[in-house]
Write a new protein. Sequence first.
Length: 283
Amino acid sequence: MAKNKPLQTRDKTTVITGAASGMGADVARDIARRGGRVALLDRNEEGLAAILASLPGTGHTAHLIDLTDDDAVVTVAADIEGSHAHVQALITCAGSSMLGNIDQLSMAEMRWLMDVNLWGTVNITKALIPAMRRESAAHITHLVSIYGLAAPAGRIPYAMSKYAVRGFTESLRHELEGSTVTVGGVYPAGVKTGIILHGRYAAALDPAIAQRAAHAQAKMYHTEPADAARTIVDATVNRRARTFIGREARLVDAITRIAPSHYWSAMRKTLREAVDTTTPING
């Protein structure tokens, strides 16, 4: 069927959010090396300029944007359509993390993360679907997380946001059945990016404890960002519905299927230091 036809990257455009650093930047480099064009989106102007200047090929564009600003997203989508004749893919890499337990987190902190991780993703996706529908084949890839499969202690807002992104991704895939646009989710685990080390934590949380927890989780990461980016681009080109990155992702998927109500018992010991937001440094 036509909707399953792989994408041809050469001279076609992929829109990438969170493109100024981390996974988004590596995804942009991978697509550019394959001869594709990219539209880079981020709120980091300096980072955007640096990544844009480093890309091989021509026809790339960079767009400074806050994805939680509805009007700005509508405008940037129009700008992208005006600069790129064929917008055939969207890869949403923008996101942040938030550490803290329910007693430490404020409602404002939790709402902020939902705005960034969920509503930013929904916003740009909705704005670009009309352009992608005009292509003979197009694909949307949302970066979810293993925390969209399993919800650990100490990560309530992050897990909420990623479960919601997973739900949006799957519902949208079903809604677009029969169109030229397919939708998939990527579930990374253990990728050595800076998201956990540079992510936010509850203002009520001791910064030293937050750093200890972040470094404990970072030590568990094994996958190189460039390898993860290659997998993300391959999943997009081949229009896959679900893709796991890292052995931990496959393990978590299996555990949650086998023990959907009790998987935390198996995960608690491994993640103990990474989710501990209460034990004093000298305790």
